[in-house]
Design a protein. Structure first.
Length: 392
């Protein structure tokens, strides 16, 4: 029989007691989704809960973020735990009684789950604060989906004095009760480009009297595929995707311009630099070879998310102490996550929290996404145990 003061039992029982309230809060937030930098209602719920728990906090951090602080009973390092709060511009199709009430907006990535999971961990850690050697900074972040919220909060001081950072994300490809990790680079750098190719419009029957930007765009779309296939090392994963191509108005007019949007994902700095240089060179070549003019805006958004063993190893050990053998080593993803802005500054780790429901094959960013709500209480246990063990 475990002792009453055994941390595993205390955390498990505390999370179980909190779970009904956290699920109710999650469903409320789910029904009222807010997009990037619009999270005023969600931030208000967070602030009210922190106030109820007696946790000092600041609002308006990074525009709509909330920052809370739990002081431990003894001096020690500072651990930041981050949850994102924003929703996506997706029309929900779950048919749930607590489905989104806002047309065209939905929590399809589980940030509602993340928000209440961190609130639950805050409640547990507040009660256990005398046992902590150090402090916990609770980072409720806006605008992850546009990869701008972390930088905005850091600019407002969210990373000041932080020694370590812990992130987490629900993963429907693992069942609730399982957790995952990736060593080293786990998520990709995300860069994007906007390109306008300008030609000379004219009648489709007389193309020789025009400069056709559609043909130039078609050549460019084909050529950028060689950036990955012929310019990258095979051991350096990279993705170059054209996600938008717009041009023309009707059958028989060669348009003046074509607009393209693309994304570049890489795990290594060398590949990131090489991809940008190659795209710029190919655009210049299209201009010279096909007589078009180009306006290229290339933007580096976030670096790769690199997990640091100084946080990863104690986190894995803590989760195993709490649950047993529930950890799975996973593969890197070419998705991106602006928690990397914290990881670029301090040793960090992002935990993967299984959220897959029995009999379902859910995917993130899908109109029918519905995670298993059991992952909330399990996530509370994992975050609380990691913080407790790292700050003992």
């Amino acid at each position: 029989m475990p002792l009453a003061n055994d941390p595993r039992t205390r955390i498990r029982d505390a999370a179980a007691a909190l779970e009904p309230r956290l699920i109710a809060l999650r469903r409320d937030i789910h029904a009222h989704p807010e997009l990037a930098f619009e999270e005023t209602r969600t931030a208000g719920i967070v602030a009210a809960e922190l106030a109820r728990l007696g946790i000092p906090h600041r609002t308006g951090v990074g525009r709509t973020g909330v920052l809370g602080v739990i002081e431990g009973g003894r001096p020690g390092p500072t651990l930041a735990i981050r949850a994102d709060m924003d929703a996506l511009p997706i029309q929900e199709e779950t048919g749930l009684p607590f489905a989104s009430t806002v047309p065209g907006k939905m929590h399809a990535c589980g940030h509602d789950i993340h928000t209440v999971t961190l609130l639950g961990a805050a409640a547990v850690l507040k009660e256990m604060a005398p046992q902590l050697a150090g402090r916990v900074v609770l980072v409720f972040q806006p605008a992850e989906e546009v990869l701008e919220g972390a930088a905005a909060m850091i600019a407002d001081g969210a990373a000041e004095g932080v020694d370590y950072a812990l992130g987490f994300h629900n993963h429907p490809d693992m069942p609730a009760g399982r957790f995952g990790y990736v060593r080293g680079a786990s998520l990709a750098a995300s860069d994007r480009f906007d390109l306008v190719l300008r030609g000379r419009s004219g009648h489709a029957a007389h193309p020789y009297a025009s400069v056709d930007p559609i043909v130039a765009a078609a050549h460019l779309v084909a050529q950028v595929q060689t950036v990955v296939s012929r310019e990258m090392k095979a051991i350096h994963p990279a993705v170059v995707t054209i996600g938008m191509l717009q041009g023309g108005t009707t059958y028989n007019i060669i348009p003046e311009r074509v607009h393209l949007k693309g994304t570049v994902r890489t795990l290594h700095a060398e590949a990131r630099d090489k991809a940008e240089a190659a795209i710029r060179r190919l655009v210049e070549g299209i201009c010279a070879g096909m007589r078009v003019a180009a306006e290229l805006a290339y933007q580096r958004k976030v670096p790769p998310l690199v997990n640091d063993d100084r946080v990863l190893e104690p986190a894995i050990a803590a989760v195993r102490e709490q649950f047993g053998e529930v950890m799975e080593e996973g593969e890197p993803s070419m998705g991106a996550e602006d928690f990397s802005a914290f990881a670029e500054r301090v040793p960090s780790f992002q935990l993967r929290v299984g959220s897959g429901a029995p009999g379902r094959e859910d995917r993130l960013h899908n109109a029918a996404y519905q995670p298993d709500e059991r992952c909330i209480g399990l996530g509370v246990q994992a975050l609380s145990r990691i913080a407790l063990d790292m700050l003992r």
